[in-house]
Design a protein around this ligand. Sequence first.
Ligand code: ASP
Ligand code: MG
Length: 408
Amino acid sequence: MSLYVQKYGGTSVGSVERIQGVAAKVAAAHKEGHQIVVVVSAMSGETNRLVGLADAISEQPTPREMDVLLSTGEQVTIALLSMALQQIGLEARSYTGGQVCIETDSAHTKARIESIDDRKIRADLDAGRVVVVAGFQGVDAQGNITTLGRGGSDTTAVALAAALKADECQIYTDVDGVYTTDPRVVEGARRMERITFEEMLEMASLGSKVLQIRAVEFAGKYAVPLRVLHSIEPGPGTLISLEEENEMEAPVVSGIAFNRDEAKVFIRGVPDMPGIATSILAPISEANIEVDVIVQNVASDGSTDFTFTVNRSDLVKTKAIVDQIAAELNAAEVITDDKIAKVSVVGVGMRSHAGVASTMFKALAKENINIQLITTSEIKISVVIEERYLELAVRAIHSAFELGNAPA
Ligand code: ASP
Ligand code: MG
């Protein structure tokens, strides 16, 4: 007998029929003898609808009232799902976050979970009941309702799985797993059987909206095995877990991530001396702008060229700051470019294999794609290229590492 926390997102509970479908799935797992805790989101579109209502009343609704409002979406689904479960003969009980003591800090609309008292849930499970918990919400020490940030139901599910020491946290969603890359870009992209937390975090930045990043971090920290599954079609999904003992057996490259959200800032001809990097980057971080790729290189005339990337939406703000610093430093020029994209190959197997970079670069060279920047970490190699070549690059690299489905 295993204990599973199953999470169903907004689309999976988007209609009465879907809620009944979820109930049938939960019942099947329960019948196999497992203990089941279900975490649900609000019905799809509901949270946005509530946000719209608030906006219609106030330009700046207070965060506390926002939380009281937004938490209602999930309260609807826990009750409906419990009714659907009871309707097919299961004993089920619904609880809001506060009722099962999901205690958070007081940072309304982006609260963090501090503790969970699992006693009530355990008692229900031991009595043979299915427990249905509202995702995305908790209460602070003063009893105020809080919410965890958009997409926060994933985090609720992982936190409950950690508190209950569940065998698995199963995230049911509208895709059947995590893919080697975006199937909309590469037709032959393949569902992965398993992937490590580390890899998933690198892949998640690719805008794979499969899982909230925070939930993956949380699961990694508490070593909660996470499984992503389709909420209607049966299948094993993708297991996200700690690294396998034997890294040698891991595929060298697991997947290809990419994003178009970055822009590049190039400062040419900066004096080559200690303190330059911090004098450029400190004001940027003080402005709360996140820097991603950073490359510094000495030019032939002894000055230094300094390049970095920021989120595209921060480019205008960044440029204003950099122009000022460049003037102070007597730099030759500042050039910005927002028509770039970043492509990364990700894989823990890379640690024990050489040659990944050269395979990647060769694939790009064959397509005549120029690499503007390169950065590496232990399990990732990223390149920045011209945006218009992004899809071509992803396809070329995906096939160079033979990540796709074997041809029939
Ligand atoms: N209902 C919330 C949202 O739409 C939380 C979630 O779905 O995970 O963001
Ligand atoms: Mg969601």
